[in-house]
Design a protein around this ligand. Structure first.
Ligand code: GTP
Ligand code: SPV
Ligand code: MN
Length: 598
């Protein structure tokens, strides 16, 4: 049975007062408090099927799986419509779109005025983080989208448990979302970190609409984390169990659609059968120092919202098994046998009499535009994943021994190298300059600054964010070591030099061996680089020269990169930490010294 307003008002009048206020403004026909039950979910699915908003997949092959098609103008996060709203512009910083709080509220109140007429307003209470964890946080999303409700049921711990755990507390992130008319010109995703409020309208896709995800867990939580002394990062968390049964946990910040999910779910290649990869999270990490000074991470989410393209039984067999039940597929193609399909999934076996249907519902033939949208995704519960870490829901999180920064770079950035210190590692993250992907609107494959993979997700001035990272340096002597990796170097033929996916374990092994002090490295101006023979390439078709190429430190290339990095850093003015300038200048002089020695 749905939760009842009269029961909640007795326990949490703050919540009900806010819901009443939003209902007064948006004027829905009815209000439904979500309990998160199976029955509630089934009835939402039934209603969506009846309205043609969901498409049933073959229920024998894909039980309880459905296809959803978003509006063709609403297929990725829209950074140009995403705002940080504060009283003072400098608190948002120049890397965010900014609106003054009062101006933003007026604009949005007008758009939300009566926007839910004829619709049901759903109240979705949720918990980010393991139930009962001191690091978990609460949120409530109000939405008129059934798609959002059924997705949040997978992505978060939502419903009755959240209401019970919230109790009478007023400290929860307030999210208000309406599909509105889906008019792209009037799309807004506004964040008010000062009051922990999010308002999103005229969109129904991914991070724009599932407000628990980037809006709450990174932009709003990040601003709180800075004040409270913890970190909210765009990072995977995964455990690597080695041949001796010892588990090392790593956290990795890679920009959107750049390999977090795949690294977190890595399948050990042949020869590494005694290794196990035990996932904790694939997108967001909340990190805190424990009483021993170790940096520990929880995954605030309960589900995966993964890129479909190129996911297949070879690159990610565990994930392919996970999505065979209780999954929502968005903007993928529909095969003649009513199973989901996307580019890079499997070979096609089509006949003219039974064509494929593309992500927009049109008949599709090979050769033209892609059948699935490049940012098509699926949503599935973490609990179904076969190689889940037993520590997934540990209220204290897992201790991180290495932080990885990665991104798509066709050249320059070596396969792997290690920072000299925490502060040098912060510089490494701040310098990230990577190729864009289809996860956000805009051009794909162009170089863009994306410090710590957080440029689109930092809810405050990024200069202050760098300072926040640096501040950990003096708080503990047991911080994780920091590495940069790059699976995306290409050769003359534009093909990737490194096989990637499961083979990345060979690099992770070097990283965990470094942390354990088991392997030496070459000291170069940019950091510690492996000796070519230190990375095991047995069984790979990889020549010695390719390996040397993958690990090469291009001194002139780095100096050129640093010239543009300097301009980027300067754009933060006096908000850019002095300490990071020092790291930067040290790096420049190491490279210049090397160049004159060459
Ligand atoms: P978000 O969910 O947007 O944050 O993305 P993500 O960082 O989790 O990226 P994901 O693992 O979903 O990978 C995105 C794309 O990169 C997919 O098409 C993958 O197939 C591809 N990819 C991931 N890992 C590798 C790799 O090691 N090598 C190569 N060549 N491609 C990879
Ligand atoms: C990303 O873009 O980094 C994602 C997908 O993980 S979204 O939820 O849309 O942010
Ligand atoms: Mn992401």
């Amino acid at each position: 049975m749905a939760l009842q307003r009269q029961d909640i008002v007795r326990v949490n009048p703050h919540l009900v007062a806010w819901v009443d206020e939003v209902a007064g403004r948006t004027r829905p026909d009815s209000v439904h408090w979500c309990d998160g039950s199976q029955e509630e979910n089934s009835s939402l699915v039934r209603e969506m099927l009846r309205q043609g908003k969901l498409i049933e997949l073959d229920q024998d092959e894909y039980p309880n799986c459905y296809l959803y098609r978003s509006d063709s103008s609403d297929v990725a996060r829209t950074e140009s419509s995403t705002f940080i709203c504060t009283d003072d512009k400098s608190d948002a910083g120049h890397t965010n779109n900014w609106m003054q709080t009062g101006v933003a509220l007026n604009t949005l109140y007008e758009l939300f005025d009566g926007c839910m007429k004829g619709r049901t307003m759903y109240i979705v209470p949720y918990i980010m983080g393991p139930v009962g964890s001191p690091y978990a946080r609460f949120g409530v999303e109000i939405t008129d989208s059934r798609y959002v409700v059924i997705s949040l049921r997978i992505m978060t711990r939502m419903g009755s448990t959240a209401i019970e755990q919230l109790g009478s507390k007023d400290d929860f992130v307030r999210g208000i979302h309406s599909m509105g008319t889906l008019d792209p010109k009037r799309k807004y995703i506004c964040h008010f970190p000062e009051t922990k409020l999010i308002m999103s309208i005229n969109t129904n896709y991914g991070g724009n609409a599932l407000l628990s995800k980037k809006a709450h867990s990174l932009r709003i939580a990040g601003a709180s984390a800075r004040l409270e002394g913890w970190m909210a990062e765009h990072m995977l968390i995964t455990g690597i169990e080695d041949e001796n049964g010892e588990v090392s946990y790593i956290a990795g910040a890679f920009p959107s659609a750049s390999g977090k999910t795949n690294l977190a779910m890595l399948k050990p290649p042949s020869g590494y059968d005694r290794f196990k990869i035990l996932i904790v999270g694939d997108d967001i990490a909340w990190l805190h120092l424990d009483t021993n000074g170790r940096l520990c991470a929880i995954n605030p989410e309960a589900g995966f919202f993964c890129v479909a393209q190129h996911t297949n039984t070879r690159t990610n067999p565990n994930l392919m098994a996970t999505i065979r039940r209780n999954a929502i597929f968005t903007n993928v193609a529909l095969s003649p046998s009513r199973t989901p399909w996307w580019e890079g999934k499997s070979n096609l076996n089509l006949t003219d009499s039974s064509p494929m249907v593309d992500w927009q519902g049109r008949e599709w033939k090979p050769g033209g535009s892609p059948a699935a949208h490049a940012n098509s995704r699926f949503t599935v519960s973490v609990s179904q994943y076969p190689s889940l870490s037993p520590k997934f829901a540990d209220p204290e999180g897992v201790p991180i021994s290495a932080i990885l920064f990665g991104g798509r770079r066709a050249s320059l950035v070596p396969l792997v190298y290690e920072a000299f210190s925490w502060e040098h590692g912060v510089l490494m993250g701040a310098m990230m300059n990577v190729e864009t992907t289809a996860a956000a609107d805009g051009k794909v494959g162009v170089l863009k600054r994306d410090p710590m993979a957080m440029l689109p997700f930092c809810g405050y001035n990024m200069g202050d964010y760098f300072q926040h990272w640096l501040s950990f340096g003096s708080k503990s002597k047991k911080l994780p070591r920091i590495f940069q990796v790059n699976w995306f170097r290409t050769g003359m033929d534009h093909e990737f030099l490194w096989p990637g996916y499961g083979e990345n374990l060979r690099v992770l092994k070097w990283i965990t061996d470094r942390v354990k002090g088991k392997v030496n490295a070459v000291k170069t101006p940019i950091g510690y680089v492996p000796l070519p023979e230190s990375i095991d390439v047995e069984g790979l078709d990889l020549s010695k020269s390719t390996m040397e190429n993958l690990l090469r430190v291009d001194v002139d290339g780095w100096l050129e990169e640093l010239a543009s990095t300097e301009l980027f850093f300067k754009s933060f003015g006096d908000r850019f930490p002095e300490r990071l300038w020092r790291e930067y200048h040290d790096l420049v002089s190491r490279l210049e010294k090397k160049r004159s020695a060459n």
